[in-house]
Design a protein around this ligand. Sequence first.
Ligand SMILES: [Zn+2]
Length: 194
Amino acid sequence: MSANISGGRKLKFDREGVLEQAIQVSSSNCDERPDGESITLVVIHAISLPPGEFGGDAIRRLFTNTLDCTAHPYFETLRELRVSAHFLIARGGEVVQFVPCGKRAWHAGASRYDGRDGCNDFSVGIELEGTEDVAYTDAQYEALTALVGALYERYPIADVVAHSDIAPGRKTDPGPSFDWGRVRAALRRDQTRR
Ligand SMILES: [Zn+2]
């Protein structure tokens, strides 16, 4: 699979917020954003299925409601889940898009940012394939900073936060293994170039 978006290629979204350079896998776990809502927040998540294992297709299957819940004991806990994210960045930096940015993906759950509940209404959700105690890969940081930079150009993004920031006590991802300094430095460099 090759949809590595690093390397300085200009990223392009269409009207609906579909990223030209991403692998498209359509999820029905989404709906319309509220009328007139702006996209002002990026939420970073981490996921691995089964937990701690990388490289399979279980995340894709979970987000498209095609996961065989008998295939692993942990999957039984996911049986009734209807979730998605706009993007998944795999360990090799491949970017998969499940939901156009113009639609509301179901990634944040009960959440609050800057006094507002329901962050799915106004955010884009990005999942990193990973865990909270294993370093994310260079390819993932490159793809993430390119993607977030492109989102800043396309939408009135005001902040980038962790899922744990908007659902404290309930969520801990992307965890201590995520290097915020590295992402913020790359975004600053990106902004000075513009
Ligand atoms: Zn999360």
